[in-house]
Design a protein around this ligand. Structure first.
Ligand SMILES: Nc1ncnc2c1ncn2[C@@H]1O[C@H](COP(=O)(O)OP(=O)(O)OP(=O)(O)O)[C@@H](O)[C@H]1O
Ligand SMILES: [Mg+2]
Length: 300
């Protein structure tokens, strides 16, 4: 088990299979932490921006936007994050532009496994350190990563890049990031799943890979979009009720598989008849709050 409560970490990486609710959970966690007095930024690296819809603010378009006091959103393009790093190292603007636009550099970026992940995580670290250009200082960055199959590859990428690239600005960045994500006091992985067979298969693989890789399970497993418990004899008759019963039976079976794997803290979150937006996020934040820990003591 992780030592610091979720609310006290400075980097939360939200991962899980495509479509299980990663973005909604990232937004809801941000609400919980912001309510606890943390300054939080949700960082999304998916070009399909969705955090502005969930948190009710302007689209980021690459910049930092304020969703509420102490709650920010940024959509970051991994290539832009890499370019920023080059600009910092090569202080002459015209030269760094030439490097970034060169075919050789683009080929290097496209071919280097994990470099984009490292760049995005590196940007997250700079946000936490208050060192990102044009961004406010924040206590916590919640990374809403696109579904990449395995969040663990995101966490393993820094060490891999550090090994492959060796020295230079990217090697150094990768080493810094690797050290950060390995530190359980500061960084944690939040795994999201629905209680269905394939997402749970993927979750269990993720937990096993995480144990083998970074040596710890996710700090929180959010089992999302659960059907309401089946009321048994009190259930209404008819085909809709039968559908409900069956879906919930699948949920119960898969929830039991998740529990057997003992992944740490499990938050069970209901399927709600609410559209993608702030009301859904607020309702899920209520359900997540008891699991985030830390109460309001995260406040500076
Ligand atoms: N608990 C819930 N109740 C009702 N609707 C939900 C719930 N969780 C997620 N949804 C809806 O499911 C859809 C997928 O959610 P979301 O976009 O957060 O998933 P994702 O894992 O981020 O997807 P992607 O892999 O495409 O990034 C959205 O329309 C969202 O509003
Ligand atoms: Mg998403």
């Amino acid at each position: 088990m992780s030592s610091a409560p979720l609310a006290a970490k400075s980097l939360l990486v939200v991962t899980g299979k495509g479509g299980v609710g990663k973005s909604v959970i990232a937004a809801a966690l941000a609400r919980v932490l912001a309510d606890a007095g943390r300054r939080v930024l949700v960082l999304e690296s998916d070009p399909r921006e969705s955090q502005h819809v969930l948190l009710g603010c302007e689209p980021s378009g690459g910049g930092v936007v304020t969703a509420a006091p102490g709650l920010f959103v940024q959509n970051v393009d991994p290539y832009a994050a890499i370019e920023e790093r080059v600009r910092e190292q090569v202080k002459v603007a015209a030269l760094s532009r030439r490097i970034c636009r060169s075919e050789a550099f683009r080929t290097f970026v496209a071919g280097a496994p994990g470099l984009s992940d490292v760049a995005v995580l590196g940007h997250a670290l700079r946000l936490v350190a208050g060192a990102a250009r044009g961004a406010p200082r924040v206590d916590t960055v919640i990374l809403d990563a696109p579904a990449t199959g395995h969040g663990v590859s995101l966490l393993e990428a820094p060490a891999l890049v550090a090994d492959v690239v060796g020295g230079g600005p990217f090697g150094e960045l990768a080493r810094d990031v690797a050290e950060y994500v390995a530190d359980e006091e500061r960084a944690a992985l939040v795994a999201v799943t629905t209680a269905e067979e394939m997402p749970v298969d993927e979750l269990l693989e993720l937990c096993a890979a995480l144990r083998a890789g970074v040596g710890r399970p996710p700090a929180l497993v959010a089992v999302n979009a659960l059907y309401p418990p089946w009321p048994g004899d009190d259930a209404p008759p008819g085909p809709h009720a039968e559908l409900w019963r069956r879906r919930r039976a699948v949920n119960d079976r898969e929830l039991a598989r998740v529990r057997r794997a003992r992944p740490g803290v499990i938050a069970e979150l209901p399927l709600l008849a609410l559209a993608r937006g702030p009301a859904l996020v607020a309702a899920l934040a209520e359900a997540l709050r008891p699991h985030a820990g830390g109460g309001r003591e995260g406040r500076d």
